[in-house]
Design a protein around this ligand. Sequence first.
Ligand code: AMP
Ligand code: GLY
Length: 423
Amino acid sequence: MNVLILGSGGREHAFAYKIKQSPLCKNLFVAPGNSGTSELATNLNIQVDEFSNIESAIIKHEISLVVVGPEGPLVNGFHDFISNNDKLSNVSVIGPKKEAAQLEGSKDYAKQFLNRHNIPTAKHETFTAENIENAYEYIDQMTPPYVLKADGLAAGKGVLIIDNANEAKNLIHEMLINSKFGKASSSVVIEEFLDGIELSCFVLTDGETYKLFPSAKDYKRIGEGDTGLNTGGMGAVSPPPFLSSELLNKIENKVIKPTIEGLKKDEIEYQGFIFFGLIKVDDEPYVIEYNVRMGDPETEAVLPRIKSDFLDLLISVNNGNLENQNLVIDEDSAVTVFLVSGGYPEKYEKNQEIFGLQKVSDSTVFHAGAIKKDKKIVTSGGRVLAVSSSAETIELALQKSYNSIKKINFKNMNYRKDIGFDL
Ligand code: AMP
Ligand code: GLY
């Protein structure tokens, strides 16, 4: 079959890499893609929010499956757009419709879902400009730090963790009255701070049954020792070494199964990935957030561990065969280390030529902010390349990635030398 992947990051390159390995894949397209996907697939010069251009491409290239990488198109109803279009009735989409995508698109929607189905999460209240005084009172009743979340999508910047009550109140005012995050902060969720270690779990589901993918831990801060500004992700390891089978059982029984059952009870259909952003507090899992897609950089450490035919798994989401699929996971660990542009996540230069990629043999390099220009590969974003490796242990896999990184360079290249430091 012909497959289209929407997106342009390392996650989408990793999808392309796995899908291309499947004998079921005839022609593979990525929109808009990057220099990495162009080696495996045909890149289409279409952005992920250009629904009618995507429609034309689906028809022209006889696409039967669309895999949606990022959340934006899902929250904006991409799956509904395909389903409601008579010309595209045979096209399957990996990624939920608009209703279910609210699990990521609205923090308040997610919190209501979690509470309705008794899934452990931080205590919270939601406020708008009308009841801002109640938000201030709520802050006065809480103990710091205060967790403030813009309800809507805010490009990963909508969560603030604040130690001081007055500062928290000022920020609530900024969000609700002065639209600090635009429409995304017209409601604000204030929640209890949970102190623990974070991990990411993933399932692929057809809304009835699910397959548990490998779990991962990502490293979000720019600086070593988890310091400095938040980024899109500087690296990831899979599995998280602290994920015991006991904890995984708890996660399945207290979080994953109740989520799938909850979707069914609420009659919300779901086809695609669910990403559970979890925090472990005293050996108990709590949900910090739902995402309706795979994680990035987690995908670049999770997919290398999938031994089964990934495309076959995706196809089975829409043909009712997911339950019968046997998902085989590599016992080896996998890691990814991100190479970023100097200055990122603040100001950085683009268009820097990348050297040495062909010298890497022990790792798989997934391209993110990198494009082809005049036969050269140049940087086009802050997070440039994800260097992934597998080995018997996380330590050995990290050694492989760090050795491969020595062969790659571009001007002002930066990366964290301590991925896995805390494990
Ligand atoms: P979110 O966008 O909801 O994933 O939040 C972004 C980050 O904020 C998370 O990855 C956590 O590090 C942190 N965070 C969110 N909610 C809480 C909470 N209730 N307690 C502690 N940390 C949190
Ligand atoms: N790694 C976190 C995310 O993809 O949102």
